[in-house]
Ligand binder design. Structure first.
Ligand code: HEC
Length: 177
């Protein structure tokens, strides 16, 4: 076998390798294209854990969660808030400001409570949307807030808490849509 022949063989081997790698990548591409094509709601048997996780990550929009929220359940979850907040009409300042009627109330507006600079400067009103973001991750949403609460990670629990907050008002705000 002269060197020319060796080169030919080496070349052949190399192309075979490249083709194999190419096929591998192609298979990868096929696999990845296929996954999202599987409808995420086809949960029967849960044979596609990847697709299910993707759906859970995307999450349901707040109006959908609020539509099936339950104020009574929310009252239970809000026990975690009640160490620091009063929900009653005319309730007093505790560690945090009283929350009766907080939905659609201007941010940082309770007289007699010393708000952080962060909330004082935030402006706007507490909507279902921004309360949802705030209580999911207080320091992530409002860096520098005095609210020493880790956050409620479950979106449905947050919606339930908001249904409870909504009910604790003279005129409950319309549900978000
Ligand atoms: C460890 C005490 C603590 C817990 C627990 C807590 N909060 Fe707070 N919260 C505070 C404090 C303190 C503030 C004022 C924050 C600031 O000034 O930065 C606040 C502010 C707020 C505000 C803004 C009110 C306003 O007048 O602008 C809302 C809304 C709120 N909390 C909702 C909740 C909800 C809902 C929960 C439970 C899911 C909760 N908080 C749990 C202490 C707490």
């Amino acid at each position: 076998m002269d060197s020319h022949e060796i080169n030919k063989h080496a070349g052949g081997l190399l192309s075979a390798l490249l083709v194999t790698m190419g096929l591998g990548i192609f298979a990868d591409v096929l696999f990845h294209i296929e996954k999202p094509a599987k409808p995420g709601y086809e949960l029967a048997g849960a044979a596609e854990p990847v697709a299910v996780a993707a759906v859970a990550d995307a999450g349901e929009p707040l109006p959908v969660l609020m539509a099936k929220a339950d104020a009574k359940r929310g009252e239970g979850y809000a026990k975690a808030c009640a160490t620091c907040h009063s929900f009653d009409k005319g309730g007093a300042v505790k560690v945090g400001p009283p929350l009766y009627g907080v939905v659609n109330r201007p941010v940082a507006s309770m007289a007699g409570f010393q708000y952080s600079e962060t909330l004082t400067k935030m402006g706007g009103q507490w909507s279902f949307e921004n309360i949802n973001k705030f209580i999911a991750n207080p320091k992530g949403y409002a860096a520098g807030t005095k609210m020493g609460y880790a956050g409620e990670k479950d979106p449905q629990h947050r919606a339930d808490i908001e249904a409870y907050l909504r009910s604790m008002s003279d005129s409950p705000a319309p549900l978000p849509n």
